[in-house]
Design a binder for this molecule. Structure first.
Ligand code: KIV
Ligand code: ZN
Length: 561
């Protein structure tokens, strides 16, 4: 049994504000939005975006209407540095869009960061160091005076370097990382020292960004912290007060909203809540929350599915089907009472009247979406509907990335043939695409054997119609089969593997999903269904190989032989 949490966790002390004003405020205008997708979000991926994906994402952010985009941490790696250079040298930054770059408060990183943005029209140099007690005491071994000195010396270095590059309009942004867990009076001392070092004036404002690097308290506490800073900053009129909420307690959106009520003017976050660990505040939800309160957000999500597609394809992270506004299921009602109320609401909704439909806080049409009272699949459907039909009718629960891939198959079909597809059509297409992908490699049988500590497999296959027996060893049957295929010139890597059971009791079968990649030929899923779990996974592997269409090398060798 776990010990009582009071013996392990310390509650966050409330802020002693006696005259807090934020609870009586409403948000009546949009903040300055800053997208951290290409930085905080990019650092948070298994495989950070390559330049092509970053560029696609950057263009999407510009099209949505972001005017400030933190594009990289250029001192962190050469590709990050090169991406910044590419945007500047190839003149890819639209008029009115300001790029930002992030750096720790370390002299060599600052120098490299400023070198990266050389020649930009306007650039935000974002410097940070952590200020909370655990970082001072445990991570850096610095006292308060040393932490302030570090921040001031970083800012002084930025001042010197930018003075030598007057062709760029420079904006300084400073973040006391872990602000939310820092003693307020100390955070104020650091921020005031930094604004003085930069020489911030109302004509030359700097950005002070106060992050919940880790959320440590309820959103009202964060709002109190922001209001306190807002009231006590020495040069408030020379500062753009920014917030950067993370979502460790699941309250990033609330934190951002209350912080705006408390005096913040700018919000940093990512689309759909991507970002390190639990993510940054979801800018889409924030903007659409404003929109549904009648406040123009300045961001265009009128085709939210298209934005979601770009985000999913660039980050390779799926969006949850119940994600506010964008999830595949948020405008789908399954229950009869919801369907009935919504149907009546739509019927009563006059064209020019204020929106007033039960269960729907926003008109799906404003986001380029539609309301589905039952799951329907047509060329406009997302992957959720397709996945739902396969799951409920055939018991196949696809991994999310396969859902995205298979939704493309369905979309091509519906675009070509028009209309809706039934569950039976979806199954037919699924079987034809994955289960029947049996050429040029067809698995006839397999035999497992042990080879010392390794797992061996002998595969009887037909390859281009010719029966062959190949064998390989590895750390398991799939690895061994990959090595066996290599012996006939088929070189692939397994990216992911999942196996689930389908059907119950005596009828249970294993369904294996394998994502394979071949050099230069992209990635594809293969699926195998069998009563035997090893057979299911080997069938999935062969299906993936056949779908990858990377027979070229093997075919050439076959022909040469
Ligand atoms: O979460 C954080 O504190 C940051 C800072 C660098 C702003 O990302
Ligand atoms: Zn962050």
């Amino acid at each position: 049994m776990l010990a009582h949490p009071a013996t392990k966790y310390r509650p966050f002390a409330p802020i002693a504000l006696t005259d807090r004003r934020w609870p009586n405020r409403t948000i009546d205008r949009a903040p300055i939005w800053m997208s951290a997708d290409l930085r905080d979000g990019n650092q948070a991926l298994f495989e950070p975006m390559d330049a092509e994906r970053k560029l696609r994402f950057f263009r999407t952010l510009c099209a949505i209407g972001f005017k400030e985009i933190e594009i990289a941490f250029p001192a962190a790696s050469q590709p990050e540095f090169d991406f910044v250079r590419q945007l500047i040298e190839q003149d890819m930054i639209p008029e009115g869009v300001t790029i930002g770059v992030l750096t720790q408060a370390r002299p060599e990183l600052i120098a490299r960061t400023i070198e990266a943005v050389r020649g930009a029209r306007r650039a935000i140099v974002h410097v940070y160091n952590a200020t909370s007690p655990v970082f001072r005491d445990t991570v850096f071994g610095m006292d308060k005076a040393e932490v302030i000195a570090l921040a001031v010396s970083a800012v002084s270095q930025v001042c010197e370097l930018v003075a030598a590059a007057p062709e760029t309009e420079w904006v300084l942004e400073y973040s006391p990382e872990t602000f939310a867990a820092t003693e307020l009076d100390f955070a104020l001392e650091v921020c005031d020292a930094v604004t003085a070092a930069w020489g911030a004036t109302p004509q030359r404002k700097m950005i002070l960004n106060l992050p919940t690097t880790v959320e440590v308290a309820t959103p009202n506490v964060y709002a109190d912290q922001i209001e306190w800073m807002h009231c006590h900053l020495a040069r408030r009129d020379s500062v753009i007060l920014s917030v950067h909420p993370h979502n460790d307690r699941g309250t990033a959106v609330a934190s951002a909203e209350l912080a705006l009520m408390a005096g913040a003017e700018r919000v940093e976050g990512c689309l759909f809540g991507n970002g390190e660990r639990t993510g940054n505040v979801d800018l889409v939800t924030l903007a659409l929350n404003l929109y549904t309160q009648g406040v123009a957000s300045g961001l265009d999500f009128s085709d939210i599915n298209a934005v979601a597609r770009v985000a999913e394809e660039c980050t390779r992270l799926p969006i949850h089907p119940r994600h506010p506004y964008v999830g595949d299921l948020v405008f789908t009602a399954f229950s009869g009472s919801h369907q009935d109320a919504i149907k009546k609401g739509f019927a009563a909704q006059a064209k020019d009247a204020l929106w007033n439909v039960p269960y729907l806080p926003v008109d799906p049409a404003d986001l380029g979406r539609s309301y589905d009272s039952v799951i329907r699949v047509n060329s406009q459907s997302g992957k959720g509907g397709v996945a739902y039909l396969l799951e409920t009718h055939y018991g196949i629960v696809m991994p999310r990335r396969l859902q995205i891939e298979f939704a493309g198959v369905i979309q091509r079909h519906t675009e070509m043939h028009g209309g809706e597809v039934s569950a039976a059509d979806v199954w037919r297409l699924f079987a034809a695409t994955y289960l029947d992908a049996e050429a040029p490699v067809h698995l006839i049988e397999h035999h497992l054997f042990e080879q010392g500590s390794a797992q061996g497999v002998r595969l009887t296959i037909s390859f281009h119609g010719q029966r062959q027996v190949i064998s390989g060893e590895g750390n398991g049957p799939i690895d061994a089969a990959v090595n066996a295929l290599r012996s006939i010139g088929i070189n692939i890597q397994v990216r992911s593997f999942e196996e689930r059971s389908v059907g119950g009791d005596s009828e249970a079968r294993a369904c294996a999903f394998i994502e394979v990649a071949g050099a230069g030929s992209g990635e594809r899923f293969g699926v195998g269904l069998d009563t035997n779990i090893v057979t299911a996974s080997l069938k999935a592997l062969v299906s993936g190989v056949n779908r990858l269409g990377l027979m070229d090398t093997a075919e050439r060798e076959q022909q040469a032989a």
